[in-house]
Ligand binder design. Structure first.
Ligand code: GDP
Length: 197
């Protein structure tokens, strides 16, 4: 599944410009700088498929990567960037909401959380939107290599406690690092299971 040749196939800045649905879609969301590009690159084994360290908040589009007929990975715009204009935030919130409620082949959204920082208020709109659209979603902790094991356990417990208050969230937190590759096989396996459902 993940040894296929991944390719960029579309970018959409409005809900009218979404590409046709291809296979099962798995989307990745998270605050700017959470490590989303790095995770997509690690997952697909392509060093520069998703561009890393682009200007925070600049890319406001959904980016679609195709791994053949069966699986499409969607890189959602990073959020929580303080300097983004309110009007822009409103437009993109609407676009994402339309995408979440209308995309029938969307199997799961992985919401990335920086293990060093945990859940923040800026994650709430995304979790709210996922909940109200009833889209299956799960938390992925990123950059776990950068926190001590003792801290990590506390962070996981914290996130799980917050999620317990949200009925639509898929139980379990995936613990990853794109830096040392930990958790990447588990994430791949979770996605492979979604494709078999
Ligand atoms: P994005 O804005 O969410 O796409 O984040 P990027 O993938 O561009 O990563 C943002 C910054 O975090 C970069 O400086 C990366 O080198 C760093 N980073 C990403 N993944 C990891 C990780 O697993 N461990 C550590 N320590 N740093 C990471």
């Amino acid at each position: 599944l993940f040894s296929t040749d991944w390719q960029f196939f579309a970018a959409a800045g409005t809900s009218e410009s979404l590409p046709p649905m291809r296979g099962i879609e798995i989307a990745f969301a998270g605050r700017s700088n959470v490590g989303k590009s790095s995770l997509i690159n690690a997952l697909t084994g392509r060093k520069a498929l998703a561009r890393t360290s682009r200007t925070p908040g600049r890319t406001q589009e959904l980016i679609f990567f195709s791994g053949g007929q069966d699986l499409t990975i969607v890189d959602m715009p990073g959020y929580g960037y303080a300097a983004a204009a309110k009007a822009k935030i409103a437009a993109w919130t609407k676009m994402i909401h339309n995408y979440l409620i209308g995309r029938r082949n969307l199997a799961r959204v992985y919401v990335l959380i920086d293990a060093r920082h945990g859940l923040k208020d800026t994650d709430d709109p995304t979790l709210d939107a996922l909940g109200s659209a009833a889209v299956s979603h799960q938390i992925v902790l990123t950059k776990c290599d950068a926190v001590k094991k003792s801290e990590l356990a506390g962070r996981i417990a914290e996130v799980e406690a917050a999620l317990a208050k949200r009925p639509a969230a898929f139980p379990g937190v995936l613990v990853t690092s794109s830096e040392d590759g930990s958790g990447i096989p588990e994430l791949r396996a979770a996605i492979a299971r979604l494709l078999m459902e």
